[in-house]
Design a protein around this ligand. Sequence first.
Ligand code: B12
Ligand code: SF4
Length: 483
Amino acid sequence: MRVLLIHPVHEEPAGGPQPFRFINIMPVGIFSLADVLDRAGHQVEICHLGLRRALDPDFDLGAYAAGTAPDLVGISLHWHPQLHEALSAAAEIRAALPGARVVLGGITASLLAEELLTAMAEVDFVIRGDGERPLLELCQHIGGGRGLEGCANLLWRDRDGVVRASPEQWIAGEADLGAWLRPELMPEAEQYRPPYYFMPDDPAGAYSGTDVFYLVAHRGCPHACDYCGGCRGAQKILRNGAFTRFSPESLLSGARQALATGRDRIYLLADNSVLGDEIFVELAQGLAGEAEPPRELHLDVYRLPEPAALRAVRRALPDSAIVVHCTPEAGSDAFRALRRPRELYFTNEDLERFLRTADRVGVSSVVYCSLHPAAPPAEIEALGRLAGEVLARPGRRVCLSVLDLDLHAPWAVEPERHGLQEVISGLPAYLELDRRRSREGTRYPRDLGYAYPHLREDLALLGREVDLGALDNHRFLAYACGL
Ligand code: B12
Ligand code: SF4
C-alpha cells in the first residue's frame, strides 16, 4: 500500500502584517511512523509541505498526490497553528484524489477528534494518541483485512455520520517504536534542517540552515504546568496517563542516526524529575565514543540538574558546546509557585546558583520565561528583573515568550482558577483564530485565545527593564514590534 505522510506548516503570508513561517519542525514521532510502515512492506513517503513549497514555489499538493496515487494520506496535526493548513491539505487531496483515505494524527487532532470528524467531510479518520500500530492496522483495514473496530486508537464516521471510536486504546512501549530518523523515506530530507521561526524572504535557505536534531526521552507527562496542552490531563486522553521511558541506548541510536546525516547539534528533552539527571550523563558519555561527537549538545531539563551531572556531561564531551535549557516561567518565586507544579519548582536563588555553576563549568544556558495573562504589574517587573539578571553574565540567553491558549492546558480547562476571564474552546474557535492569524497577523490583546488586556503596559514595563534586542525569541519580538 502507498502511504503519504504530510507535515503542514503555519504560513503567515509575505506582505501581511507579520509574515513568518512557524511549526517548521515535524513531530519527532513521524519518522517512527514511517519506519514502522516501511518495515511492514508499505511504500511510505514523508512530505514536509512548507519545505516542498519552499524548494518549488509551484508545488501543487493535489497534482502531486494524483501523480503518486497514495491509498492513504496521513496529515500531522500536532500543533493547533497547523489547523488551517492541515485542513486545506485534506481538502486538496480529496479534490484531486477522491479515492484516497485521509487520516489525521498528533496531539491537536487527537484532542479535537470528534469535532474534526463531525465537521470535516474531507477527513475520514483520526488516530488518537500513539500512531505506530494503529496506522499499520488502518492500512490493513484499507487493504480489506481488518474491521474498523479492530484498529486501535481509531475514530471514524459511520454511514449515518455518527462518530465511532474503536474500543482499544493502544500505548506504545519502547519495543514498538520505529527509527528516530529515516532520511531515505523523505525526498527532501537533506534540506530538512529547519529553524523554529523565520520570515519568508528566503524560505529554501532558511529551511536548510539549522542542524538541530530533537530527541525526546519519553512519551507522556505526569505534571500540570498551567499553560501546557501536553500536561497530565491531556495525557489521560492521549495515552491514558501512561509514561513511557526510552532507554539511553535508544536515544544514543537516534543521536547517531542524526550525526550520520551531518546534523551535529543534538537536542535532548528529558523529564529528569522522573528519569534522573543520569539520562543526560549517559547520552553524553555514549556520544563521547563517537568518531565525531556533536558540535553542540542541548539539554532541555524539567528541573534544575545537580552540579555533579553538569560536570559529568562537560567532562564527557570536552570539545562540544553544552547548552542547558531551563524554564522558570515566572519572575518571582511566589508567582512561579502558582504556575509550576511543586515537583518542578525552584526559587530564583536556586536558579542563580545553578547558572553560576553552569558558568563555572563552561556550560551555556538558555532561560525560558513567559508572560502570564493574569500577571500583576509586580510580577511583570520581577520577570524583567530576572531576565536582566540572567543576561548580566556572558554565555546565557533569555527566551521570553507570549503563550497561546493550548487545548486542554490547565488554564484552558479552569480559566477562573488561573485568573482568566475569556477563553476560546472547540474547533470553530481554534479554526477562526488560526485563519484570522494567517489572513491578518496576530494582534493583541485577544488573538492568543484568551483575554490579555494589559499587554501593552506589560511590554512597556519590560522594555524598561531589559534590552529587548538581547532577547532571542523571534516571535515575541515580532509581536512586540507589531504593537
Ligand atoms: C518535545 C516537545 C517539543 C520539542 C520537540 C517537538 C517535536 N519535534 O515533536 C520542541 C522543543 C521542538 C517543541 C517545540 C514546540 N512546541 Co512542543 N512539546 C513537546 C512535548 C514536551 C513532548 C512531545 C512529545 O514527546 N511527543 C511524543 C512523541 C514521541 O511522539 P509524537 O511526535 O507526538 O508523535 C506521535 C503521535 O503524536 C502521533 N502522530 C503525530 N503525528 C501524526 C500524524 C499522523 C498522520 C498520525 C496517524 C499520527 C501522528 O503518532 C506519533 C507516534 O506515535 C509536548 C508536551 C507533551 N507532554 O506532550 C509539547 C507540545 C507538543 N508543544 C507545544 C508547543 C506549543 C510547541 C511550540 C509551538 C512552542 C512555541 N511557541 O514555539 C513549538 C513548535 C515548534 C515546531 N513544530 O516547529 C504544545 C502543543 C499544543 C497544541 N495543541 O498545539 C505542547 C502540547 C506543549 C504545550 N505548550 O502545550 N516541542
Ligand atoms: S510543560 Fe510541564 S506539563 Fe507540559 S510537558 Fe513540560 S513538564 Fe509536562
